[in-house]
Design a binder for this molecule. Structure first.
Ligand code: FES
Ligand code: FE2
Length: 367
């Protein structure tokens, strides 16, 4: 194979990839849906920004900035009333869009609002969109885009590396052989699903000698499919196999302090109605756990101490470079503020506040 990497068109100083102070505007996981019952409110910190999350009577999840726009009390101390939230301090009440709808000592509330963020629920998790209006649907597995699914949680991992580095492990073709004894030859074909999602599909036949392939081979007529789909460089879906015996694993990650990754592992299967189908799904979800343990245990050694720098890429690193380039073209936000980070060549970190949605509350909004 040609090892002349000058053809790989790779920026040696990425501005978004593996940068702890930036992330791409998109959907990020918040908490498991089951952990938020009707009428419950919780404080959460997502990508450095302090928020509160509650579920109203209508079952809808609401996410607001954490601090009350009156005196700055933490809204997490407040209470949910119907679909609205009442601050504990002076009892001002806010609706799901963040508007103040009641001030007990006034006949009419003043025109003030707090920031409300778009939310959604999928694969057993609550998600937040880190911008004004969602530009994409919630992250999905392309193979199961239109299917109703069931899911089961695996481990919540804290990795000593940036989420992007954790994600590229699954397209690092060389290590499949050296670390996992999985496939002797590997060739990914990339496809951009949209501006924020990229897929990699293996196009080579599997190695008959690999431990994992030996285990699952008897179940398949054709070669075993292996594909990945990444959203915003931080949520990754791995799909192994096709048809009835298909494993789908989601790694939903986000950056926490010091650029580390917090990763939620979720196993996903197409929903089946019959008793046999349901039992079968339990087996598939359980087996998925086994498959992923096999990978993670071997990778842990590397990921806890790596200081990633793609100094000498070769052609075998092509997919990783495609991943980096895909991220570099997306809209970057600043960790903690979620302000839009305008990055130009040779001029880093110029930050712009988001445009306000409503003119009349420009001076009163706490943003
Ligand atoms: S601080 Fe919330 S109502 Fe006063
Ligand atoms: Fe790995």
């Amino acid at each position: 194979m040609n090892v002349n990497y000058t053809n790989l068109n790779y920026s040696k100083k990425p501005k978004v990839f593996n940068r702890p102070e930036r992330f791409i505007e998109g959907w990020y996981w918040v908490i498991p849906s089951k952990k938020l019952g009707v009428g419950e409110i919780k404080p959460v910190t997502i990508l450095g920004r302090e928020l509160v999350i509650y579920r109203g009577e209508d079952q809808q999840v609401v996410i607001l900035d954490a601090y009350c726009p009156h005196f700055g009390a933490h809204l997490g101390e407040g209470t949910v009333e119907g679909n609205e939230l009442r601050c504990f301090f002076h009892h001002w009440k806010f609706d799901a869009a963040g508007f103040c709808v009641e001030i007990p000592c006034l006949d009419e509330p003043v025109k003030v609002k707090t920031k409300s963020w778009p939310t959604g629920e999928k694969y057993g998790l609550v998600w937040v969109w880190t911008g004004e209006t969602p530009q994409q649907p919630l992250p999905f597995i392309p193979e199961l885009e239109l299917d109703e699914c069931v899911s089961a949680f695996g481990k919540r991992l804290i990795m000593n590396c940036h989420p992007n580095i954790f994600m590229i492990n699954a397209i690092d073709t060389q290590h499949f052989n050296t670390v996992h004894n999985l496939l002797s030859e590997f060739n990914f074909e990339k496809q951009e699903l949209n501006e924020n999602a990229i897929t990699f599909t293996n196009t080579t036949d599997e190695s008959p000698d690999s431990f994992l392939i030996k285990l699952i081979r008897p179940f398949y007529k054709k070669s075993v499919n292996f594909s990945l789909c990444y959203w915003y460089g931080m949520t990754g879906f791995i799909t192994i196999g096709i048809g009835i015996l298909q494993f789908n694993i989601m790694f939903a990650s986000r950056i926490i302090e010091a650029g580390k990754a917090e990763v939620m592992t979720v196993f996903i299967a197409k929903k089946r109605q019959s008793i046999v189908g349901k039992l079968y799904n339990i087996l598939v979800l359980w087996l998925s756990q086994f498959v992923i343990e096999y990978f993670i245990n071997n990778d842990a050694k590397i990921l806890r101490s790596i200081q990633f720098k793609l100094k000498s890429p070769i052609d075998f690193d092509q997919s990783i470079i495609e991943f980096v380039n895909h991220l570099e073209n997306q809209k970057a936000l600043k960790w903690e503020t979620w302000y839009i980070d305008r990055i130009r060549d040779g001029e880093m970190g110029e930050i712009e506040k988001r445009p306000k949605r409503e003119k009349w509350n420009d001076e009163l909004v706490n943003d």
